[in-house]
Design a protein around this ligand. Structure first.
Ligand code: NAD
Ligand code: TDX
Length: 339
């Protein structure tokens, strides 16, 4: 399908994080005419190294906060579009301290929307399937663009709030926006607080993996590179004001994913600990991405989960320098929560 919007200068917020950095690499590798300005506060989750190797003439890195209205205003004066990834992204952190989630996810999105409105910048908002709450394990349904919002955690309710703001700025002010809600991402450079890299790096450091509750919670896994290609398709071909769900038919329960990690790393199937469940733990997420596939012709490439997981395990094994310094503090935080 032909692209209907061809930006040459985009701002990527949160571009030093897991998914944002993957998107920046994807654009640099696939879109030679596009210059990227990354705006990232380099919180505990941001890492400048995630953007290593990108030539200076393709990317400008700005170390700053999306809540800094003066800085955001200055950057938006020269941009065609913003792709907004920056967020506090971890559910467990939102339960122990919701304050930064309200600030970054809601106030930060508001700050960006106001600058976009002033300068006429197109706005693609990155959101999550968690805004739809959860599904029962035996429910044949999957989330669609029509599913009502029913978020469970401080994290998902702050993301739902930001989605509402983006919609309102379109309806009221005519801001050119699109929104995508994606399922659970995996791949290289994901922070080791998250499920898959936490278990891989536990095994690499001699710590037993930790499974919450009964382990039957289902997540719908997608490789982060497929998320990036979908975001580009929506930014350039999506209809203004529309929401697109992104998913790759990757439903799996946590115990099956953990067993795949244990097997792939030479451990026995019982070599893990059951730990305290997450309060309010969503049972199942499942995405129906047929609108995105039908209307924009998008397809995931990484459809073999075993292969993607094995490459992810190799990446953490080969890049211990990237995660080692964070491991002790991350596990100390979990231990204090009984997890
Ligand atoms: P991440 O935590 O790895 O990265 C977040 C990035 O945002 C970091 O680089 C951090 O420094 C930056 N940041 C945080 N607060 C900021 C602020 N106030 N100003 C500027 N920068 C700030 O997150 P991720 O997993 O890459 O998620 C990126 C986006 O994708 C988020 O909006 C998240 O809600 C969404 N999402 C994530 C998943 C997933 O599985 N991880 C799935 C669907 C949607
Ligand atoms: O040690 C663990 N043990 C465990 O059983 C951890 C860290 C998690 N879990 C479970 C909880 C979830 O059922 O694994 C599942 C995945 O957990 P997370 O990696 O924390 O992801 P989740 O809460 O599903 O949210 C993720 O997907 C949607 C991202 O972190 C969000 O940013 C995104 O919006």
């Amino acid at each position: 399908m032909a692209e209907t919007f061809a930006p040459t200068s985009i701002i990527v917020t949160g571009g030093a994080g897991f998914i944002g950095s993957n998107f920046v690499h994807w654009v640099v590798n696939n879109q030679p005419d596009v210059h990227v300005t990354v705006l990232d506060a380099l919180t505990y989750a941001g890492n400048r190294e995630n953007l290593a190797g990108i030539p200076d003439d393709r990317m400008t890195f700005v170390h700053g906060d999306i809540c800094d209205a003066a800085l955001v205003d200055e950057l938006f004066a020269d941009a065609d579009a913003v792709v907004h990834f920056a967020a506090e992204s971890h559910n467990d952190n939102s339960i122990s301290d919701p304050a930064p989630f309200v600030r970054t996810n809601i106030e930060g999105t508001y700050t960006l929307l106001e600058a976009a409105r002033k300068h006429g910048v197109r706005f693609h908002h990155i959101s999550t399937d968690e805004v739809y709450g959860d599904l029962a394990l035996d429910d044949p349904a999957r989330f669609t663009e029509e599913t009502p919002y029913r978020p469970s955690s401080p994290y998902s309710s702050s993301k739902a709030s930001s989605d509402m703001l983006v919609r309102a700025w379109h309806r009221t002010y005519g801001l050119p926006i699109t929104i995508s809600n994606c399922s659970n991402n995996y791949g290289p450079r994901q922070h080791i607080e998250k499920f898959i890299p936490r278990q891989i790096t536990n095994i690499l450091t001699g710590i037993r993996p930790k499974l919450y509750g009964d382990g039957k919670n289902v997540r719908d896994w997608i490789h982060t590179e497929d998320h990036s290609s979908a975001v580009w398709a929506i930014l350039t071909q999506g209809e203004l004001g529309e929401t697109y769900l992104i998913g790759a038919d990757g439903e799996r329960n946590n115990i099956d994913v953990l067993h795949a990690i244990l097997e792939g790393m030479g451990q026995g199937p019982d070599d893990f600990d059951w730990v305290r469940d997450r309060p309010g733990h969503d049972r199942r997420y499942a995405i129906d991405s047929s609108k995105l596939r039908r209307e924009l012709g998008w397809q995931p490439k990484h459809t073999d989960f075993a292969e993607g997981l094995s490459a992810t395990i190799d990446w953490y094994r080969d890049n211990e320098d990237w995660w080692r310094a964070d491991k002790e503090a991350t596990e100390a935080k979990y231990a204090a929560q009984g997890q």
